[in-house]
Structure formats: C-alpha cells, structure tokens
Design a protein around this ligand. Sequence first.
Ligand code: ADP
Length: 462
Amino acid sequence: MVFAFAILLVIGLVAYIVLGSTATTRSKQRVRTVGREFTDMLTAPDVNYVKINDRIVSYSFYDSIDVFVFDGGGQMVMGVPLFADMVEEVYGFVSEASGEWKEGKETEFSTREHGNMTISYIACVRCGGEECKLLVRYPVAPIARTISQMELYILLITLAALALAFFISYTLANKLSSPIRDVSATAKKLAKGDYNVQFTSTQYAEIAQLSDTLNYMKDEIKKSDQFQKELLANVSHDLKTPLTMIKAYASMIMEISGNDPEKREKHLQVIIDESDRLAGLVNDILSTSKISSGIEQLDKKVFNVSEALYGVINNFGYLQESQGYKIMVDVDPNQYACADEEKIKQVFYNLVSNAVNYTGEDKTVYVMLKFVPQTGSIRFAVRDTGNGIAEEELPHIWDRYYRSKETHNRPVKGTGLGLNIVKAILESHSFGFGVESGQGKGSTFYVDFPAASSEPDEPASE
Ligand code: ADP
C-alpha cells in the first residue's frame, strides 16, 4: 500500500509540475513568435499596414493575444481598440518596461494582475522610419483555467487510483497472508504436541508445497515420538523381566536353597543367564541406536569374509556339543569383501543364532557362502528347518522389538532387536539382503556382498 501510495504520489506531482511549467514556457514561446512576426512585418521595406491590422484583429479574436504599436510620442499607431485613458496607461507600462529605445531590443516577461498571469513581449522597432514600440500581451488566464482544471482531474484520478491501489493491495495481501496465517496457527498447535493437525494446501503452489513439507515433517515427528514411547515401554519391560528374575532367584538362594548345593547351583545359573540377557539387551539397544542415528562410522576395509564366518560359527560350538545342534557348513574359502568386519560378524551372529533358535526338530542349520560369478557377488545364506515365517509377518520381522506371538524355547536368548540390527548394518553398507520363507518350509536369510579383490599379499578370491 505504501509502495502504491508513493508511486502515485510521484506520478501526480510530476504531472502537476510538468503541466504547469510546460504551459508557461509554451505561452512565452508563443508570445515571442507572435512578437517577432509583427517585428518582421513592421520592419519590412514594403510594410503592409492593412495586413498587419488584419493580423492584429485575427490574433485578438481567435487567440486572445493583444498587439499594440506605439510611436515615440506615446501615440498608439496600431493595435486592438482601447479606451483613450487606457492608451496612456498601456504606453506607461511599455516605456517603463522597455526603458531606452534601442533598435532591435526585445524583452519578454510575465506579470500578475488581479491574480491572473499575463505574458508580455516588447520590442523596439523602426516602422515607417519612426522609432516605435511593439507590445504583445497574452493573458494566461484562459490557459491557466484549463491547467487548473486538468490539475484537478489529475488530483481526482490520482486519488481514485490510490483508492483502487489500496483496495487491490489490501485484498491481495489478505488473500496471500491468510494461508500463511493458517499455516502458522497450525504450526503453533503442532508445537504444543497436537500431532493430529493437518496443514491444508491452498491454491498457491509455494504454500501448498510448504504445507506438504510440513505435513511430512509432522508425520515424521509423530512417528519418532511414537517410537520413543514404544522404545521406552519395551526397554523398561525387557529390563524389568530379567531384573525381577534375578531378584527372585537371589531371594530364593538366601531363603531356601542357600544350603542345598544342587538347587543353589541351578538358581545361580538362572541369575547368570538373566544377567547375560540383560547385558545382551543393553548392548543391542546401544548398537541399534548408534547405527540408526548414524553416530557410529563404518570402518570399511577388505577382509576375508569366509574366515570371519568361520569365526562366528565357532561361537556356536557349545550348542553343537551340549545340545545336539548341527551346523552344516558350505563355505567357499577366501572370499573377500570391503565392509566393516565387526559389523558383518554381528550380522552373521544374529542370523545364525536366529536360525538355531527357530530351526525344527532336527536341530539342523545350513550355512552357506558362495561366490556368484554372474553377479560378481558373494552370497551368504543361512537356512533352518523350522516352521518358517507367516507371509503377513514377513514385512515386520525387521522392525525393532518385533517378535512373533508364538512362544518358543530358544537356546540363544533373543531381544527382538537382532534383525533390526542386521537391517541397519546392511542398509548402511548398501548391501542386498532378504528372506525367503513360508509357513512349514523353514526360512532362508541371505546377504549379498559385492566381492572385492583380495588383500595384496593374499591369494585372489576364487
Ligand atoms: P528375536 O529373535 O530376538 O525375537 P529378531 O529381531 O532376531 O528378534 O527376530 C524378530 C522376529 O523374526 C522373531 O521374533 C521371529 O518371529 C522372526 N524370525 C527371525 N528369524 C527367524 C527364523 N529363522 N525363523 C522363523 N522366524 C524368525
């Protein structure tokens, strides 16, 4: 509005000033031209007084320009008819303004009489051998009236344009700012924790885009908030269970089994197992949060995947010896990949321990690592003979704290975070992975590593 006001004010002022000054300049030019025309006619060798008279009459009649010629004695030789007493007055004016007679001298000036401007031109001319003075008078009043009328029009137009500019800018500003005000009000509600708000799109593309972005942001904040709540609930639940067990068994030892070595041994074992579970849970929680928040940087280097896998499988040796589990291994030796070795070992451990946990009655797990020449990658796969995973559960198994409802007696304690850690590690490496499973058919989890050439002093991968 201020901008429109400033522009219109400038335009109005310029028009006002230019109009006024142009009118005065034009009038002066006109008077000078008429004056010189008469000077020429009067000083011409064959001066034609009839023609001069005709011109005087015509200028007076059509242009309101009065022309007078006085001789040296103050007599009016030619000119628009005047009352006798006025002749003297006009001559007085001429001689006062022109001063001493000097041939060819001309002057031009404006005077103000009764508030009306008059432009006069006086020239000293020699006509018919005599010293004469020529006066041309042009009252600007008629033109001034036109000008002031035009100035009034300009003022009116400026005011109307100003009102229109105010109206348009107010309407536009209102139209533009109202969706922004809505967005701001919705954002305030969101800031107070109301995640059910919706940023509404408008017809303006930019604001619609902003609304979409804010809606996306809101959904993400909502998810993260929900996740935090769930995480807190799950973690506290998972920590509470082993702690309750530890406390219960410690009390039992104190009150009941303290003197019975066999029972005491059993109860102490429960305490040790539960403590291990607690430690495992805390480690898993730390790993997932570190990986997914990107705090931990990957320490990528080329390493022998086959050796790393053997190392992990060896950890399950105690299950093979004490509980009759069989881990069937088919591993291509000396396969190299570029990755964070410790993290990949964690992937192997989590997938093999799941396979052991969920395998069938035969307690057999198949572990495979093969170079695939077609894709130039190394495929790791671990297969169990268990019940498999129902189709509707498949998309969820990679989620944090997801556990199937089916209760299961497991040789390796799980936390519900294992597959989520696998997913986070493999995604951070951009490695392909997945699962093939069906109810009653067992499950095969696989990972594809891009094969790397072996370390300089090692033999090349097969
Ligand atoms: P946890 O094994 O500690 O419950 P995970 O994240 O490792 O947690 O696994 C999540 C869920 O995926 C498990 O609860 C189980 O339902 C399913 N799952 C994982 N591995 C297997 C498998 N080999 N066979 C059948 N189900 C599996």
